[in-house]
Write a protein that binds this ligand. Sequence first.
Ligand code: GLC
Ligand code: CA
Length: 549
Amino acid sequence: MKTRWYKDAVFYQIYPRSFCDSNGDGIGDINGIISKLDYLKDLGITAVWLSPCYSSPNDDNGYDISDYRNIMSDFGTLDDWKLMLAEMHKRDIKLVMDLVVNHSSNEHFWFQESRKSKDNPYRDYYIWRKGTGKNGKKPPNNWTSRFTGSAWEYDSLTEEFYLHLFSKKQPDLNWDNPKVRKEIIDICNYWFDLGVDGFRCDVVTYVAKANGLPNGRYIPFMRGDDQFVLAENWYKYINEIAENSWNKYDSYIVGEGPGVDINNVASVIEEGKNVLDGVINFQVHHSNIVKFKAEKYKKIQSRWQNLPEKCWNTLFLENHDQPRVLPMYAKNLQLREVSAKMIAASYLLLKGTPYIYQGQEIGMTNCKFKKNEFVDIMSLNVLNVVKKFPPLVPFAVKQLNRIGRDSARTPMQWNSADNAGFTTGKPWMMVNPNYTEINVENNLNQKHSVLEFYKKLIAIKKKYNTIIKDGVYSEQFSSVKRVFCYCQTLNGKSLYVLCNFSDKVTTLPLPDISFTTSKLLITNYDMSNQFLKNTMKQEFSMKTKYIRM
Ligand code: GLC
Ligand code: CA
């Protein structure tokens, strides 16, 4: 039976490789996570989404799994993991694991068998097809890999191609094969029986492919998308997994949902339909990646507050695949701290399950990588393609710095000691040089820090979640440029959040708030500052708020 605990949860995403290294090998690990659980508890979060920690050859940092029932040796052992789970539960923190079953690693036993011969019992665990063209050396269709190039790789051993929507070392599993679905059910149940509280399902919208694998429409860099996003059989397959595993436990199943929009979201998450409980959609992110536009941000956030009946929202701004949003959303980085706080308020008190990505709570920013400093497979693939056209390299480097995946993965900045206190050894990837200034310890020692703001905001979210969850959402002042003001109302009580995305003071008339009966819960400016206090008081009494949030 599902209690739907996730409707009151505040999530924290851990990217284990970059979180905390306990043994000096330069790689974050499970004991490192355990050592920071009190920090997380103190922050107020109630659940963790842990990016993959299973055995993996690390072509894509754990998103290529070679053993679904074991822990990556870089991170520790299954016993370490069990201890971590127990320590989380002791602190009332739930654990949601990453479930990466659109594909496995090519080093998984299933694939090793599958490629051996066409009649191997595991052949149909993956998607093999004959090539096209005169000598059969052309890919079976026009689908492209998310990591550049064709989505098909030729294997000379059996003279067929296999499908990989990501890297060559991430062959797609064949969900049309009932045996594969049974394996997935067993894997989920294995972890549930060990005590996990749910799964974040990696690229779950891609798992079923259109019958006959037809060519896709041409969308630049995205050929084939329309043939594998929520393909016809998706619903049937997901129902089967939900019925035989997910729904048997008090679980939370959230899917990474490329291709999900407001029109199809209900089919993917509607309660009672044996589908997912939530979906991480990229609408906010995609519309702001090229250039942040507050008006778009407001529109999309508000749109997703009015989901169809029986649908539950997911709120996030950062994760391990996107650059940090702070430098993109904040007009003026001299206002880094107040901006980081304002950005937090702009989403954390919306209706839905919020996620905070490691480092976001201290206002970490992006890093500038030189050509040979990138480590992510997607960045490396892009550089590999452009190296044939040398004049394009600087452009590619610039773009990767702007939208690549490396920035958000730099090690967590704990203190101002060497390597930001992340490791005593050589970190597996570059540490952002600004760690001497931006780090947890500095935040803890500083009044009105970004971290302190996150703590307070999370506490507010927990205290007023009934209003947020069950209240009526409305956006106010939507025509005031760069101001996002939202309000949740329940039984005559309203919770207002006012955010000013510009770097200028904006004055707003707030006619329907009675200041004798309302209370300022939190502000991103230091209210011990006498000038501000007086100004606020004055403005309050004029029923106009002087807001810089
Ligand atoms: C998801 C993950 C990403 C990974 C990809 C393939 O998008 O978040 O990090 O590379 O799936 O597994
Ligand atoms: Ca380590």
